[in-house]
Design a protein around this ligand. Sequence first.
Ligand code: PNW
Length: 488
Amino acid sequence: MSLLIFLVLILSIGASSASNATNNKRFPENFLWGCGTSAYQIEGGWNADGKGPSIWDNITHENPNFIKDGKNADVSADSYHKYEVDIAMLKELGVNFYRFSISWPRVLPTGFPDNVNQPGVLYYKNLIAELRSNGIEPVVTMYHNDLPQTLQDRDGIKNPDFVDWFAQYSRFCFQTFGDDVHYWLTINEPYVACTIGFYSVVYVDGIDDYVCMKNFLLAHATAWHIYHEELKMKGKVGIVLNSNWFEPETNSTEDLEASERTMQFIWGWLGHPLYKGDYPEIMKIRVANRSKLEGYNQSRIQELTSEEIAFAKGTNDFFAANTYTTSMVKRIPEAPIGTPSHNKDLGVESYQPSNWQSTGLDWLKVVPWGMRKLLKWIKNEYSNPPILITENGYADSTGELEDTSRMNYIRDYLSYIRDAMEYDGVNVIGYSYWSLMDNFEWVSGYTAKFGVINVNFTDPERTRTRKLSSYYYEKVIRNRCLVDDCQD
Ligand code: PNW
């Protein structure tokens, strides 16, 4: 018996290492290699030179116990003063693009373009010019969680006027920085911002999430129309969607349907209107049915008009995806009718098995094979769009320099990306590791670190030190390949 277990163990190790062999094919010559950050998470200078407060300044100052270590990003990695050091590091890594975000209240302290903060504009002008002179393409996110507090005071993203506020802000960004920026990302992770990411801002489950997602969709589409039709600019504009791959627990029709339904509810919530027009059918049906049984006289989903459907369709120049992990999903019995809830509308159970490799964050398990399945799903669902992976990364709690787990994460996820390109014909145009450096990880404060570069947050100089993974990533970029023995 013990011999049998031994044999099974040997065989299964053999099998898993064979199927997990790192892809040794070179990436295409024009593949885009990058690293990402966001303004609030790295810049500091929270009130420097006329910057207005954002909701994150407000939350961390008013409610420090909301953050795991009670800290804020008033200084963080101090990139507002150290952007030249950041760019020197990017240069060392050999990336060909850098994804960063513009802090809305740094350039427009009140939220509106009738009041421009020139030092804030100059900061981004300098950053962009310095990137360009080092041959690094700026990929710029316009909204990455840091809403001007003045707009939150007017109900923020829940206010239908948000669409117009964002239109004004995006037009300002395009006109101010557009000559030197050819890749624009309108909104980062609307799904997170409208559900779990509402954080301390008051929101009603099953109601405000639908309002928020609709406003983001129309805000994005408006920006896209401004860029291409009003300003006739020549670059590309996309929105950053995010989530996990959802693997069916079994091959039963129920679980397969639960997996597809989850993909539609999360990726399809905006993916469907952007590529196919309107919300996914399954989502419209389920939310409408439950809304009716709950006594609402119209669906909580915020049905789109035929004008809105036409306006939003076709407004994503490339598919920007943030993805870190995978969940298992299964069908569960229909939840009883009661208070509305987006999760009840979805109506599945998802989880991550405890034997999956864990990281410094609960939700982030290392599941590289999910990457290939996700990419294949996006390809099939949206007719093979160009895909830019705008975030993917590994967190630990230490910021250690000998970060072999992060190095392996990068290798294994990129291996499945290369597999998807080679075997499934997925059109992946680039990859951006999250993050260039350790930074403020929202509600986790400084307890979770994603950087390939360590930042010493107790040192007034905020000294940056390269981790092992940064040397690996540098080599991957230089060779366009994950292993030493590469094949063309
Ligand atoms: C993204 N979740 O946020 C953000 O775009 C980054 O700013 C952030 O640092 C990064 O991922 C790592 O967290 C997420 O709970 C926040 O599933 C939370 C989740 C996912 C992404």
